[in-house]
Design a protein around this ligand. Structure first.
Ligand code: TRP
Length: 355
């Protein structure tokens, strides 16, 4: 019996101005997963085109994101780091999926509703079809596991819906061509061409909030640079930002539920927890009852110890465009045959003549 090989795929948009939220929210997890899985990590520049039409900026941000992956410890030799637009099969499969997915499914996507704003008629078709391209990213490699944040869960469910409808619509053809793979569906074994991809959503909440306002997400577009720790920050920058980070005047609670209603305290404890891989409760077992004047220096030391080597390497790699381009080029060269093998089957399945 054939079955799908475990494979991790994830993607992130090249946004620029990378900060602690990008690192703790996604990249750190990706670094850990490479010990247990074969991984493909993709800078989704085609997705970024839905929001960033500036060519020079798009290119620069794409390289910066790849540099951040490598600086954070993803090994581009053992795993595959590449940018989406270099592997044209992503666009090709997305088209097939546009013909599988239903408009009604897309209309339910909360991210589209948020991003399209009030005047939906003016939103680009690309923004609307975004989840179909995302499904193509994942299923092109028949990836079994996708680490994502909570906000992407709906897109992963849609990816499964697309896979399932494709498998059903073409089940006779898939059987005729003998390219189905067995998989477990509840108590039954079913055969299909695409796997039912599982999201890997980390249990610890990784939403990193602004250092100036614990109710807002840490964001590249916040006008105050004191609100975020940037990937390029020096030890002095980090120290200053943590010292100035907003807090309340109470000591830290002994129990995690004592963080409720104290967003700034919750955020700082959360950052400490995320960096050490501990739970907030564990952090409070150590620091509960202490004042921020005692906790902040510990957080500062931890941040500097963790981020300094990463940001030094990040700055060095950003200056070495030729190397980053080589990594992305090489990654695409290794991703392409996997993508093409899938597309050969897909073209056969849907009835596009070969040769
Ligand atoms: N939509 C994802 C985000 O905004 C990025 C993304 C694109 C992605 N393709 C993907 C994530 C495939 C996981 C797998 O974060």
């Amino acid at each position: 019996m054939k079955s799908f090989k475990p494979l991790v795929f994830s993607g992130v948009q090249p946004t620029g101005n990378l900060h602690l939220g990008n690192y703790l929210g996604a990249i750190k997890r990706w670094v850990e997963l490479q010990r247990h899985y074969n991984c493909l990590y993709c800078v989704v520049d085609m997705h970024a085109l839905t929001v960033n039409p500036d060519p020079a900026e798009l290119m620069r941000h794409t390289r910066e994101m790849a540099a951040a992956f490598i600086a954070s410890g993803i090994d581009p030799q053992k795993h595959i780091i590449f940018n989406q637009s270099r592997v044209h099969q992503h666009a090709e499969l997305a088209w097939v999926f546009n013909c599988v997915a239903r408009i009604g499914w897309m209309n339910r996507m909360t991210q589209f509703k948020d991003k399209a704003g009030k005047d939906r008629e003016k939103a680009s078709l690309g923004l609307f079809a975004y989840p179909s391209l995302m499904a193509a990213d994942i299923l092109l490699y028949r990836a079994t596991h996708v680490p994502v944040g909570d906000d992407q869960k709906q897109h992963i469910e849609l990816t499964r819906d697309i896979a399932q409808k494709f498998n059903m619509d073409y089940s006779a053809r898939i059987a005729e061509l003998g390219c189905g793979v067995d998989m477990q569906a509840g108590d039954n074994t079913v055969s299909g061409f695409f796997p039912m991809t599982e999201p890997l959503i980390s249990d610890t909440s990784m939403r990193i909030m602004s250092l100036r306002d614990g109710s807002k997400k840490m964001s590249k577009s916040d006008p105050s640079s004191m609100s975020r720790i940037n990937m390029v920050d020096t030890a002095e920058d980090i120290a200053k930002k943590i010292r100035k980070a907003r807090t309340d005047s109470d000591p830290l609670p002994e129990q995690a539920d004592g963080l409720q209603g104290r967003p700034e305290a919750d955020n700082l404890v959360g950052i400490y927890a995320a960096l050490t891989g501990k739970s907030k409760q564990d952090v409070l077992a150590e620091f509960g009852g202490q004042q921020f004047s005692q906790f902040k220096p510990a957080l500062e030391d931890l941040l500097i110890a963790t981020l300094s080597p990463i940001s030094a390497e990040y700055r060095r790699l950003n200056a070495d465009t030729a190397y980053i381009d080589r990594v992305l080029h090489d990654g695409a060269k290794r991703a392409s045959p996997i993508a093409e093998a899938t597309m050969k089957h897909v073209r056969d399945i849907v009835g596009f003549p070969r040769g």
